[in-house]
Design a protein around this ligand. Structure first.
Ligand code: ADP
Ligand code: MG
Length: 226
């Protein structure tokens, strides 16, 4: 059997942010390789660099130094346009606080994922309905996002992420604001996506969720340890 292909590789990745006191290193010389099909759970204290790591993995940000390969391509030599093509077609991110359009309907929030893609409106609506139905959100399509519960908002954010299935999904504390029942619902959806072949990177504070992981790493003060 051939081993699963590598989808993501970080080599000596450092990300610094300029601050009054100098350059603050959110990540320092991180090395991490993720194989296609992994469900990687990332834990670690607040401020240890988890969100910074996910944003780099989802190619939403670039390292200050070091290199990131996605699907064998060195992203440091790709221009912003090429990166955005990869982001559109291969990656999706579930942000820490959903990042929905509060006054837009649930359906419009999911369709938003198609804004830079070549789908006509009818096709986008049909795909959005499928995703909403998969997440048990039919019936809420017309409701403005601001009038949803936290669990529903998170399911809309997932529907938006998967309406066009990515190869890698990065989820930043997607159950952080949810009760246990909603947490289980979200995790079962993520597990289903993982079974369908999507590689998942999940940041969480909830040790119970380690049962979903195929591998676990810990962020500590800008470093990543197995
Ligand atoms: P975590 O998600 O583990 O709580 P973050 O990755 O959000 O940690 O942040 C790691 C460190 O980097 C923190 O000290 C944070 O203040 C800093 N940081 C993150 N993003 C920025 C930014 N855009 N500008 C300045 N500092 C940042
Ligand atoms: Mg964070």
């Amino acid at each position: 059997m051939t081993p699963p292909a590598e989808i993501l590789r970080l080599r000596d990745v450092t990300r610094g942010f300029a601050e009054a006191s100098g350059l603050h290193l959110a990540l320092r010389r991180v090395n991490l390789t993720v194989a296609e099909g992994e469900f990687l759970v990332i834990t670690g204290p607040s401020g240890s660099g988890k969100t910074t790591l996910l944003h780099l993995a989802a190619l939403l940000d670039r390292p200050t130094s070091g290199r990131i390969w996605f699907d064998g391509r060195d992203t440091s030599v790709l221009g912003d346009d090429e990166l955005s093509v990869l982001r559109k077609h291969e990656l999706a991110m579930i942000f820490q606080n959903y990042v929905l359009l509060p006054y837009r309907s649930v359906l419009e929030n999911v369709i938003f994922r198609f804004r830079y893609l070549e789908h006509d409106r009818t096709e986008a609506v049909a795909l959005a309905r499928q995703a909403l139905s998969r997440l048990g959100l039919m019936g809420l399509e017309g409701r403005p996002a601001r009038r949803l519960s936290a669990g529903e908002m998170q399911r809309v954010a997932i529907a938006r992420a998967i309406v066009r299935p990515p190869r890698l999904l990065a989820a930043d504390e997607p159950t952080g604001n949810l009760d246990r029942a909603s947490t289980n619902v979200i995790m079962e959806h993520l597990a289903g996506l993982h079974r369908s072949g999507i590689t998942i990177l999940l940041v969480t504070h909830n040790e119970d969720l380690l049962s979903y992981a195929t591998r676990h790493v810990v962020c500590r003060d800008g470093t990543v340890e197995e």
